[in-house]
Every structure is written in structure tokens, then in C-alpha cells.
Write a protein that binds this ligand. Structure first.
Ligand code: MGP
Length: 199
């Protein structure tokens, strides 16, 4: 089992060696974030432990980071991992997320969470979604009661785009149970807001 020390090591992630000219460029830049809420004081504002960890744009950097660090099952406690398009912050307050929402899938097994997380990361950096422009990023939430993954998108009101993204995501992570889409606007108003779409 891993202790909090691992989370601190994540924050101190070393830069992968630059190998100019020999790397496979991705379509766009992506940023890993980490939110280790286990260590935040009670009453601390949401987001006070959210940290930007690493920005990359090559396949090689992605695998290096993933292998060394970004496996949710390595962690215990209340920790969120994020992969977002560079320039988009994983917050409702970010202009790209403000009118958005998220598809969520629960995971009851650590191994399952790791697999779904990796499949989602590969689909994102490999631009496998038809509506890729509407996607902000993905969050893996490690929790004692139940882990979960959430795919954040930009235009919650565009039902057709969200349904297409939701269907594609289920295929990618091999989920057959129903999943639900929540608007950030609703979550802002009410902690346990009702989902607006399901697929
Ligand atoms: P959540 O997204 O329901 O988190 O947010 P989770 O992981 O389901 O809950 P947890 O108890 O397991 O951590 C939980 C609460 O965090 C929300 O009701 C907000 O108070 C706050 N919060 C979450 N997010 C994503 C944001 C955000 O982007 N901005 C702000 N201001 N608060 C947020």
C-alpha cells in the first residue's frame, strides 16, 4: 500500500530527458494536475491543494509520466488526478468549463480504475473523440468509499455533442452500465444535483 509520501514525490516529478528530434508529437499539449485533499486543513477553500504538475506534448513523455507516477491505484486517501488540455484549469471557474459538465463512472476496484483511466488518457491524447473540441479533460478521484472517473466537457447545453461523447467514452472504457451527465451549474447550486443526460 502507498503512503502520502508518494503524493509528495508526484509533486517533485523530474523532467523526462529531452531527446530533440526523436519524439512523436501529439496533436495538442496536455497537462497533468494533482489535488491531494488528504492534507488540506478542515475549512480550507476548495482548490487550495490543486497543483499543476506537468505539461507535455509527446507520446514518449506521456508514457514516462504515466509509468512513473500517474497510476491512481498507487495512491490512498482523498486524491484527484487530472489530465486537461493545456490552458484549461480543472475548475468550474475556468471559462472553458464554466458552461460545461461531466460524465461520471464509478469504479469499485482499483485495477478497474487504472484500466479505465489509462484507456481514457490514450483516447484523449490520441484524439479519438469526434467531438474532441468539446472535451476539457478527465479526473480520476481516489476515494475510500468509491473511486470514480469524470470526463469534463465544455458545452453542457449541447445535448447531441454530450450524448456522442458519452457513448464513445463507454465504448472506450468498456462500460455497459448507464452513466450520467451533470451540469457544473447545477452542482454549483446543489451538492447532489440530478443528472441531466444518461447513456
Ligand atoms: P464534487 O465534484 O462533487 O467532488 O465536489 P466529489 O469528489 O464528488 O466529492 P468528495 O466529497 O468525494 O470530495 C464536491 C464539492 O467540492 C462541491 O460541492 C464544491 O463545494 C467543491 N468543488 C468541486 N469542484 C469540482 C469545484 C470547482 O470546480 N470549483 C469550486 N469552487 N468548488 C468545487
Amino acid at each position: 500500500m502507498t503512503t502520502d509520501a508518494t503524493v509528495e514525490e508526484v509533486v517533485a516529478v523530474p523532467s523526462p530527458e529531452p531527446e530533440i528530434g526523436s519524439k512523436n508529437k501529439l496533436e495538442r499539449q496536455w497537462t497533468f494536475w494533482l489535488d491531494n485533499q488528504s492534507k488540506t486543513k478542515q475549512g480550507a477553500a476548495w482548490g487550495s491543494s490543486l497543483r499543476k504538475i506537468y505539461t507535455f506534448n509527446t507520446v514518449e513523455e506521456f508514457w514516462c509520466l504515466y509509468d512513473q507516477i500517474f497510476k491512481p491505484s498507487k495512491l490512498v486517501g482523498n486524491v484527484d488526478f487530472h489530465l486537461f488540455k493545456t490552458g484549461v484549469e480543472p475548475k468550474w471557474e475556468d471559462p472553458e468549463c464554466a458552461n460545461g459538465g461531466k460524465w461520471t463512472v464509478a469504479s469499485n476496484r482499483k485495477a478497474n480504475l487504472d484500466t479505465m483511466w489509462l484507456e481514457t488518457l490514450m483516447a484523449l491524447i490520441g484524439e479519438q473523440f469526434d467531438d474532441a473540441e468539446d472535451i476539457c479533460g478527465v479526473v480520476a478521484s481516489v476515494r475510500q468509499r468509491q473511486d470514480k472517473l469524470s470526463l469534463w466537457t465544455k458545452t453542457a447545453a449541447n445535448e447531441a455533442a454530450q450524448m456522442s461523447i458519452g457513448r464513445k467514452w463507454k465504448e472506450i472504457i468498456d462500460v455497459t452500465d448507464k452513466i450520467t451527465y451533470n451540469f457544473h451549474d447545477d452542482a454549483r447550486r446543489e451538492r447532489s444535483s440530478k443528472g441531466r443526460y444518461s447513456v
